[in-house]
Design a protein around this ligand. Structure first.
Ligand SMILES: [Zn+2]
Length: 306
């Protein structure tokens, strides 16, 4: 029975007016024409999804934390990982510090910046972060770029996981040429003790993500997101098919449940959790493995009791 199983959501974001400011300060500004195109794309997305991505201007980290924790209590979620979207994530740090036993935060660095590995170490050892998120298509670097190797070496030494967003993304400034999960193969090979997580099952690069499972034992996959990418394949997939393939290829120890919940207007994506539970039951996944997928695997990567 999945209902009694503890849930650790491995992929969420904190979006507040403050985090938006931090992100804006980091990214190079867009030209007016590009900014207008970006706005149109976002509006189309909001219309399709029936949500508003506007953050309320006055939400503090304290109120955001109590809002998410109340939603967790309502839907049976014990804890979650929140992923930063810009370097030096101060707002996210203060947010996670509200409930360090339930709110886990991953930091973000630009790997080519001089001393990036030292910034990472400081974030992990002194600022409460539990892992690293990288976004190659926005940061415009290939995951295999050796300029990033000192960061990977430090992450491996610190014993933290590194999560990557490859594949399609809503962000207009992304560049798909940096989005192929195969870029991770040399990294997985050269840092065999470093847990590497491919978010959203590769968000469209599904075949490539499955290949990684064959080549490297230290590659994990998260199931988060509304699954928009499943439509943009030569033959569309269902969530059930995706989960079935992931479990077949990665096995129950390397698949992490995630929702990618983010917007206050949308709330916790509890329907995704319900769908995951239903599919795991329908696939007759043994309870022991359901426990791993819905939380135990991420808890192991975070090195927390579960
Ligand atoms: Zn995300």
């Amino acid at each position: 029975m999945t209902a009694g199983i503890k849930v650790l959501d491995s992929h969420m974001h904190l979006l507040t007016a403050e985090t938006a400011r931090e992100e804006l300060a980091w990214l190079p500004p867009m030209s007016p024409a590009v900014a207008a195109a970006a706005r149109r794309r976002r509006e189309r997305y909001e219309q399709e999804q029936g949500i508003s991505s506007a953050e309320s201007a006055d939400e503090t980290v304290e109120s955001a934390a109590s809002r998410w924790l109340a939603a967790f209590d309502e839907y049976g979620v014990t804890a979650a990982v929140f992923l930063a979207l810009a370097p030096r994530p101060e707002t996210l740090r203060r947010f996670a510090a509200q409930r360090p036993d339930r709110l886990f935060a991953f930091t973000f660095v630009d790997p080519w910046v001089a001393g990036a590995e030292k910034i990472l170490e400081e974030d992990i050892l002194h600022r409460g972060f539990r892992g690293l998120k990288l976004y190659p298509s926005i940061q415009r670097f290939h995951a295999h770029d050796e300029r990033a190797y000192p960061v990977f070496a430090r992450a491996e030494a610190l014993g933290i996981p590194v999560l990557f967003h490859f594949g399609v993304t809503l962000d207009y400034r992304s560049d798909l040429r940096f989005s192929n999960p195969l870029d991770l193969h040399p990294v997985a090979r050269d840092f065999p003790a470093l847990p590497l997580i491919v978010a959203h099952a590769g968000a469209g690069f599904f075949r490539e993500t499955l290949f990684l499972a064959y080549h490297a034992a230290n590659v994990f996959v998260d199931t988060s997101g509304s699954g928009t990418w499943m439509r943009y394949l030569p033959r569309p997939l269902s969530r059930r098919e995706v989960l079935e393939r992931l479990l077949d290829v990665f096995g129950p120890d390397r698949v992490l449940y995630g929702s990618d919940s983010r917007h206050a207007s949308e709330g916790y994506r509890h329907w995704l959790l319900r769908e995951h539970r239903e599919i795991l039951e329908a696939l007759r996944v043994p309870e022991e493995n359901q426990r791993k997928i819905l939380g135990g695997n991420m808890a192991r990567l975070l090195r927390i009791p579960w």
